[in-house]
Design a protein around this ligand. Structure first.
Ligand code: UD1
Ligand code: CA
Length: 472
């Protein structure tokens, strides 16, 4: 069987009229990834990038640019004259392959297992065309699969032969009740496909070349056309409208949540959480309701992420506590660190082991050493902070002079009193101590005390005299 060479075609040239969007349909995202990326990712688990051909047309350049990194070949369908025409455009590229699997760029939940099952069934059936079908709750809008021998209760192993696929608009009243739909995913033997594809016509309500018509055409040519029903109807749902996309998004996110729950992650109210496809989470971690883990985020074991935190492209070690309302983007957080509530870790924030970043603390291009604490109301930008430091409430690194950014370097074991402003570039060496309320403009040597504030004056009796004055 391995001698049979398969190419995978992905149809992604259509306009997506029903979306009413300026963006191409296949670049709309569900579960944090463009539709087309989901389909290519599934295909890449079955064949190599060299064997994947993506048919692009509407806003082709934008689609190609967004997915160029996948290594797939892009084939232009300059005018979108239908799904049949899309495959005609592909002919010169796949001549060397015995078989062609066709996927739709707008059926994004398809899995590698189902593609593989379709391929194996197609070979075993020695079919010219194998149609992946399903029986969704609501078949309206889909093409229906008309079986040659209807599936009935008294046939144990029914012959899977198919007579035709009829599009919604062409259904006879009796065919309206056919529950089995065409998923838009097929396997073809390339020789009969391209020998017969020239017979497609545009005599249908949309005046397009329908790939679905190949079922009847091949059958008339004496070829075998069969159907394989997908084991999961949700997996093969199409996304033609925003509402359908949101339903797929919810289904996919729920499936992702279930996968992580099976790996030992506790997810409270999973339907409220967003976990992107490429996120990883360690066992014994807890996610509270309304948590979002996005992009390439990695969360270690036994962490707790409290409600309303959004973590994007960040790495969290083990035993990390993210309290409510934190926003992390491109941050690295060491084992046992505590964050928030309401901390904002922006790009290039590196928080050490057991460090604390507390309420209303913002970090950007900042390294905070192991065990260091910045617990309240602080901004740390372009800062390098050693281990075991205490950064008091309201400390600000003044890193920006209106033109350039400047660094603040803080050694180990440094104490910065509350409300100090550190005017960069500036260095506080190991063990230095900055008095509260200081404005630090010069470097502080190791173990020194820096006082950078006006000396206090007390005026005896001043307040009492003023009160007396006012009463007159
Ligand atoms: C198609 C099937 C229908 C099936 C449904 C499953 C046809 C005629 N109908 O209908 O039987 O039930 O999918 O989801 O095929 N495309 C191109 N070039 C074109 C036109 C479309 O590449 O000229 C691409 C689209 O970008 C899309 C895919 O082909 O990714 C399917 O096209 P779409 O117009 O969405 O077909 P449906 O009406 O959903
Ligand atoms: Ca569609």
């Amino acid at each position: 069987m391995t001698a049979h060479r398969f190419a995978i075609a992905i149809m992604a040239a259509g306009k997506g009229t029903r979306l009413k969007s300026k963006r191409p349909k296949v670049l709309h995202t569900v579960a944090g990834k463009p539709l087309l990326q989901h389909v290519i990712d599934a295909a890449l688990q079955v064949v190599t990038a060299k064997e994947i051909f993506v048919i692009v047309g509407h806003q082709a350049e934008m689609v190609q640019q967004a997915l160029a990194h996948t290594g797939a070949t892009f084939v232009l369908q300059a005018e979108q004259k239908g799904t049949g025409h899309a495959i005609q455009c592909l002919a010169p590229f796949v001549a060397g392959f015995d078989n062609l699997l066709v996927l739709s760029g707008d059926v994004p939940l398809i899995t590698a297992e189902t593609i593989t099952r379709l391929r194996n069934f197609h070979l075993k059936q020695k079919a010219a065309m194998t149609i992946l079908t399903s029986r969704p709750e609501n078949p309206f809008g889909y093409g229906r699969v008309i079986r040659a021998i209807p599936v009935s209760a008294d046939t144990d192993v029914p012959d899977p032969e198919v007579e035709a696929i009829i599009e919604q608009k062409a259904l006879t009243p009796a065919q309206q009740n056919v529950p089995e739909i065409n998923t838009g995913i097929y396997a073809f033997r390339t020789q009969p496909l391209f020998a017969q594809i020239g017979k497609l016509t545009t005599s249908n309500p949309h005046a397009e070349y329908y790939l679905t018509e190949m079922a009847a055409i091949l059958r008339r040519a004496g070829e075998r056309v069969v159907a394989l029903e997908a084991s999961n109807a949700t997996e093969v749902l199409g996304a033609n409208t925003i509402e359908e996309m949101m339903q797929l998004d919810a289904a996919m996110r729920m499936a992702t949540a279930r996968r992580w729950m099976a790996e030992g992650v506790s997810i409270f109210r999973p339907e409220t959480c967003v976990i992107d496809a490429d996120v990883t989470i360690g066992a014994d971690t807890t996610l509270e309701p309304y948590v979002q883990l996005l992009g390439k985020t990695r969360v270690g074991e036994n962490c707790c992420i409290r409600s309303h935190s959004v973590v994007q492209n960040s790495t969290l070690g083990d035993n990390v506590l993210v309290r409510n309302g934190c926003v992390l983007d491109e941050a690295e957080v060491g084992d046992g660190a505590f964050l928030g509530p309401y901390a904002h870790l922006r790009s290039e924030s590196r928080i050490g082991k057991a460090a604390h970043i507390g309420n209303f603390v913002e970090t950007k291009s900042a390294t905070v050493g192991d065990g260091s604490k910045a617990n309240h109301l602080t901004y740390l930008g372009n800062a390098e902070i050693g281990a075991g430091c205490n950064i008091g409430a309201g400390v600000i690194t003044c890193n920006y002079d209106g033109v350039n950014k400047h660094p603040t370097k803080i050694g180990d074991g440094v104490f910065v009193g509350s409300d100090a402003t550190l005017v960069a570039p500036v260095k506080l060496a190991d063990g230095a101590y900055v008095a509260a309320g200081s404005c630090i403009t010069d470097d502080v040597p190791a173990d020194a005390l820096a006082l950078g504030r006006a000396r206090q004056i007390n005026k005896p009796d001043w307040a009492r005299k003023r009160r007396a004055e006012r009463k007159k």
